[in-house]
Ligand binder design. Sequence first.
Ligand SMILES: [Zn+2]
Length: 280
Amino acid sequence: MKLRKDVAEVSRHLHERGWVANHDGNVTVRDGARYLATPTATSKRLITDRSLIELDGKGQVVGAGRVFGEIKLHLTVFERRPDVSCVIHAHPPNATAIASSRTNPIERPFIAEAFVSLGPRIPKIAYAAPGDAAAAALAPWCELVDAALLGNHGVIAWGADPEQALLRLELVEHLAKIAIAALPLGGVEPLPEASIQPLLAARAKAGIGRAADRALATAAQLLGSSAPPLATLAPGKPVVACAPAPHASVATISPSGGSPPAQDLKTVIREEIVRSLTSK
Ligand SMILES: [Zn+2]
C-alpha cells in the first residue's frame, strides 16, 4: 500500500510542479514480479493509490484498466536495470525546451553535486516514434545513466524508489532552468577539467545506483574525447560517498572554510568536491 501511495504522490507532484499537462507523463514501479503503473488518459492531478493499474512482468494489464502507450520505455529500463524500482516520465518545460531544441547545454552537468548525482552526461536521445523505436533508442543508455532527455518529447529518469527517481527528474529540470537562465550571460561554463577525475571517483564511490557503481568504467564512453586518463585516478583516495538522494547537501559549504578532519562520509565528499573545484 505504501508503494501505491508513493506513486500517487509522485504523480500529483508532477502536476503541481507544472511538469505535465493534459494526460502527459507516467510513473511505474516494480512490485515483485509485477508492476504498478499510472493509468492512461488520466491527469496526474487525479491519481490516487486506487487509480493505479497492475501489469505482469511483460507489461500486460492484470485486471482492469488500460496501460499508457509509453510503457515500453519503462519496461526497457526495468529489464536492463535490476537495481531500479521506479521510472518517471514527464514533460517539464525547461528540460523539454532543451529536448526540443538543437543544442543540449546540460549534456555535461556543470554543477559538482549534479555531476556526482547524475553522472558526467545527460544524453539527448534523438526523437524516435513512440513504441518500439523509442524503446530501442533508449535501450543503450539504460546501463550508463539515470536520466535522459527524449528528443522533441521530454525527460525520463529512474531510481531505486519513487523518491530517488523524482529527485533525478527534478535535478534535470533544475539544471535546464539554470542553463537557460545563463544563456543571456553567455551560457553555462563547463566544470574545470581538473575537477572531473575526483568527481568521477566520488560518483563511483557514492553508492547511488548501478550507473554510479560503473562510473569509472563508463566515463570514457560518456565523456567522449574529453575523458580523463583513468589510470591516473589515484588508488587509495579517501572514500567519498553521497547521500542516497541525488540532492546531497554539498552546495552549502564554503570553499574557504578550514574544516576539521572528516568525521563522516558527507563531510568527506564535501571536502573532496571543494578540493577538486579549488585546486588546479
Ligand atoms: Zn511523453
